[in-house]
Structure formats: structure tokens, C-alpha cells
Design a protein around this ligand. Structure first.
Ligand code: G3H
Ligand code: 13P
Ligand code: ZN
Length: 314
């Protein structure tokens, strides 16, 4: 079933101390694989699209893309027996937020985290007004997404990661529904040079002071088995490292409820596709080549649902 407001999914997750996967898509193949996984695991799921995904789906026109993606997600969600929400990931301006709202998204993220605090607060407050009037929820971000390295000083760390007191003030002034705290993750396949470390003390304080559903960006695990498979079949992804499952479980224990995942799906799809192309040189039907790659996405998503504790929570 299509969920009109993502709050319905994330408030339950907050009360029940579990995490829900939010998976990025750009096309039909990723969407089908994710929904198949959610149905098999009887789990709620959040589908998200970046501004880039909107432009891609609309052949350069993000408004058209938002509508194409929303229509596709709604049509699959309607026949699925599990809650499916659609979220705008990293919206940077009012134009993209409004395009998502008009297309019928269930929530939007306004990411003004690169702006000074006061500007972030003003833009976020404006988005909250517009989105709440449309009956959907808003995610915002505080801090910058960077890995915590051992040789970083406390003051450098404080400058990039979320400040819990600022978070409390931000939530009270803006009225946001979900908050993404920067606690040491980063986007992409190269998150840590050494040990995968997140600032859980900071996370606990943010949860205690805001009580909101919290969002972990840059949460991909970067599974070694798919990195190795991709490299075996011609890719060159060296030194890739993500957030291990035990660290994700701890993050959920301390208050993370939405777990953003894009890289893991990309790596699994590409690894399997490289293998299938290599093993089936006479095959020219893209559907037959995509199927095993879609199955890899489905397996990754199901595994994450187990790790986050959303299995059976539909
Ligand atoms: O956080 C960013 C997501 O991984 C989306 O990336 O802008 O390449 O679509 P994208
Ligand atoms: P990954 O690159 O770790 O998959 O993070 C995705 C994300 O945060 C999307 O907003
Ligand atoms: Zn992100």
C-alpha cells in the first residue's frame, strides 16, 4: 500500500526501536527488486529519489521526472501488501521540494546543511510550512557527512559533526519531523580508511534531546562479496569500505530509524551484471541480463531488513 505520509512508517519505528531501510532508485529495475524484498520480508520500506534521479527519469526535466517516478512507485505500491513511502532525498531548494510535493511524494528532505546555521533554519522552516500544508513530512540535516579519522582533533570533529544542543534548538524552531545527524558516515563506497567508527555518544544525546526519528545517511555496508565479484569481472573498486552490520545495529539501538542506502544496491547490481554479461556473451535481451542483477539487489535489501529489525513490521 502507498503511504501518503512517511511519518506513519517512521513514528512506529521510533516507538518500536527498529530501523527502516530507505533505498535510492533511478529506474524500474531497482524499484521492483526493493518492493519484492519488502513483500518477502513483510517489511515497511521507503523508496527515495535524489534530485539527480528526478532529472534522469525526466530526461533532464526534474518536474517531469518526479511525476514519472511517483507514478511508477505508487502503481507498484498499490498492489504490494506492505507500506511503501516515497521520499525526496537531499532536496536543495524549494523548486525540487515543490516538484516532489506536486507529484505526490510522502516526504521530502531539505538539505541546507552546507549553509550557515541560520540560513539552514530559515529555508528548512519554509519547507516545513509548505510540506505540512500538503500533509507530508520533512527531514533536515545538521553537520557535514565526513568519516571520523583517528588523527582528527576534537575541535575539527566538533566543526563537522552535529552539535546536540543546536539540534534541539533547530528541531524546536523548524518543526521538522525527522533529523539526519552527521555522526561520522559519508556517502559512497569509501567511507573509512581505518576502523568504521561512528560517534554514538553524540547520537544518544541528539535522540535524548529531540526524541525524533533519526536518519543515518551514508549507511551502506559496501559488502566485500560484491566488491570482490565486481573486481573479478573487470571493475576497479579498491579500498572500498562501508558501515558493518554490527555498527548499523548499534546505530539503530541508539535511535536511528531511517537507514539510507544507495551504494550497496549500485555495487550489487553492477557486480552481478558484469558477471552475467561475461557469462552470456550471445545474450542480447537486456531483460534476461538484468534479472540476476535485480536478484542481487533483492538479496541485499532483504539482508538489510533483517539487520535493521524491520522484518514482520508491515
Ligand atoms: O546521497 C546521495 C545518493 O546516493 C544519491 O546520489 O545524486 O548520484 O543520485 P545521486
Ligand atoms: P550510501 O552512499 O552509503 O548508500 O548513502 C546513501 C545516502 O545517504 C542517500 O541519501
Ligand atoms: Zn544521503
Amino acid at each position: 500500500m502507498y503511504v501518503k505520509n512517511t511519518k506513519e512508517i517512521l513514528e512506529k519505528a521510533n516507538e518500536g526501536y527498529y530501523g527502516v531501510g530507505a533505498f535510492n532508485i533511478n529506474n524500474l529495475e531497482f524499484l521492483q527488486s526493493i518492493i519484492d524484498a519488502a513483500v518477502e520480508k513483510n517489511s515497511p520500506v521507503i523508496i527515495e529519489t535524489s534530485e539527480g534521479a528526478m532529472s534522469y527519469a525526466g530526461d533532464g526535466d526534474f518536474r517531469k521526472g518526479a511525476k514519472v517516478l511517483a507514478d511508477m512507485v505508487k502503481s507498484f505500491a498499490e498492489s504490494a501488501p506492505v507500506p511503501v513511502a516515497l521520499h525526496l532525498d537531499h532536496g536543495h531548494d524549494i523548486e525540487h521540494v515543490v516538484a516532489a510535493i506536486q507529484a505526490g511524494y510522502s516526504s521530502v528532505m531539505i538539505d541546507a546543511s552546507a549553509k550557515p546555521y541560520k540560513e539552514n533554519m530559515e529555508l528548512t522552516s519554509e519547507v516545513v510550512k509548505i510540506a505540512h500544508a500538503a500533509g507530508i513530512s520533512v527531514e533536515a540535516e545538521l553537520g557535514r557527512l565526513v568519516g571520523i579519522e583517528d588523527n582528527v582533533s576534537v575541535s575539527e570533529r566538533d566543526a563537522t559533526l552535529i552539535d546536540p544542543d543546536e539540534a534541539k534548538d533547530f528541531v524546536e524552531h523548524t518543526g521538522i519531523d525527522f533529523l539526519a545527524p552527521a555522526i561520522g558516515t559519508s556517502h559512497g563506497a569509501f567511507k573509512f580508511k581505518g576502523e568504521a567508527k561512528l560517534d554514538f555518544e553524540r547520537l544518544k544525546k541528539v535522540k535524548e534531546l529531540t526524541k525524533l526519528p533519526l536518519v543515518l545517511h551514508g549507511a551502506s555496508t559496501v559488502l566485500p562479496r560484491y566488491v570482490e565479484l565486481a573486481n573479478e569481472y573487470g571493475a576497479d573498486i579498491q579500498g572500498a569500505k562501508g558501515v558493518p552490520y554490527d555498527v548499523l545495529k548499534e546505530a539503530v539501538k541508539y535511535g536511528i530509524n531511517k537507514v539510507n542506502t544507495d551504494t550497496d544496491l549500485r555495487v550489487a547490481f553492477i557486480a552481478e551484471l558484469r558477471k552475467v554479461l561475461h557469462d552470456n556473451k550471445a545474450q542480447i535481451d537486456p531483460r534476461k541480463l538484468f534479472k540476476p542483477a535485480m536478484q542481487a539487489i533483492k538479496e541485499v535489501v532483504m539482508e538489510r531488513m533483517e539487520v535493521l529489525g524491520s522484518v514482520g513490521k508491515a
